[in-house]
Write a protein that binds this ligand. Structure first.
Ligand SMILES: [Zn+2]
Length: 136
């Protein structure tokens, strides 16, 4: 289903995120595909298209997240909320070690797991960007 989001809203969301995916922090200038404006809470779960529910997301993060709000924490096996960039601060749930994104909380770990933030090709891309000092 295609949800209409106005051009000014899309621009606002992109500017607010400084052009970076709000999950993996890759800048859209260094991404093969354009970043997308996505609903943190999907319309089907009652989310709105107001900018306070919109997130700038790279294509892989958006595809892996889909409309999900939770997944299973890989450590404690509990159903756990995903990171919502509108509700939480990135640095409270994640940190970067080398090219890895490390989860600091159950929310961080669960989001890394579901969005496959450390899959090998994403690590390779981040490593190349880090060497050029353009990540994060
Ligand atoms: Zn991303």
């Amino acid at each position: 289903m295609t949800i209409y989001i106005s051009l000014p809203s899309r621009q606002f969301v992109s500017d607010r995120a400084s052009g970076k995916c709000e999950y993996c922090l890759i800048h859209q200038d260094f991404s093969i595909y354009s970043h997308e404006v996505d609903h943190a809470v999907a319309i089907k779960h009652g989310g709105s298209s107001n900018t306070n529910n919109l997130v700038l997301s790279c294509l892989p993060c958006n595809r892996y997240k889909g409309s999900d709000l939770t997944s299973i924490d890989p450590i404690n096996r509990e159903i756990t909320s995903l990171f919502n960039p509108r509700s939480y601060k990135w640095g409270d749930h994640f940190k970067i070690e080398g090219s890895y994104i490390v989860g600091l909380t159950d929310i961080g770990r669960t989001t890394i797991f579901l969005l496959k933030l450390n899959e090998p090709k994403r690590l390779m891309i981040r490593q190349a960007l880090i060497l050029q000092k353009i990540y994060p």
